[in-house]
Design a protein around this ligand. Structure first.
Ligand SMILES: Cc1cc2nc3c(=O)[nH]c(=O)nc-3n(C[C@H](O)[C@H](O)[C@H](O)COP(=O)(O)O)c2cc1C
Length: 173
């Protein structure tokens, strides 16, 4: 599979990156092609709701920012892994912006599976992010949820989490 990781954490060496790297290592060893993009370090603006992509030029966003580099990766992916720190009980604004901007391409036709990886300071803070992931991605796109992984407080950057995410990648079919 061609797997795209969209990481919404501004921390290059943070807890979210720690988990995505372990996952990517396992997935690559299992023979998958893995591409990782940190959307938090890109210039991706929010959707303007101008409807250009629906009414003027179908599938094309009128905003010419770094999302232009992300669209081809989304469209060629078989699986997308959404990864984010929890900010105010939900996904980071940076990852939210990238998700909202898929409005122009609507449902990516090749994507069969998705997964969600989240890091937080506290436990029991994942409800809103999981609800959004299920309703806006899994159900709306009609894809299989391959897994939801969380890590908080002392679990962050732990060998246990590294191993959990590595095994998830390694066992992906
Ligand atoms: C703006 C902001 C909001 C946050 N909101 C929450 C929150 O609602 N609940 C929580 O448990 N942690 C919250 N955190 C803590 C982060 O989720 C936590 O530090 C996470 O491990 C960071 O991951 P990273 O190293 O990949 O960036 C917040 C952090 C920031 C900077």
């Amino acid at each position: 599979m061609r797997i795209l990781i969209l990481n919404g954490s501004p921390h290059t060496n943070g807890a979210t990156a720690f988990m995505t790297e372990a996952f990517a290592k396992g997935a690559a060893e299992a023979g998958h092609e893995v591409v990782s993009i940190n959307v938090a370090h890109m210039n991706i603006r929010g959707c303007m709701a101008c409807e250009y992509c629906r009414e003027k030029e179908k599938g094309v966003c009128c905003q010419k920012d770094d999302m232009l580099r992300v669209y081809p990766e989304i469209l060629s992916a078989d699986m997308i892994v959404f990864a984010s720190p929890i900010y105010y009980f939900t996904l980071s604004a940076q990852l939210q912006a990238a998700i909202h901007r898929t409005y122009s391409i609507d449902i990516p036709k090749n994507v069969r599976k998705t997964a969600l990886i989240m890091s937080s300071g506290s436990p029991f803070v994942y409800g809103p992010a999981i609800a959004q992931y299920y309703q806006s991605i899994v159900e709306y796109w009609g894809v299989e949820n391959a897994g939801i992984f969380t890590s908080n407080d002392k679990q962050n950057m732990s060998e246990k989490k590294r191993d959990e995410l590595y095994r998830f990648g390694k066992n992906l079919r």
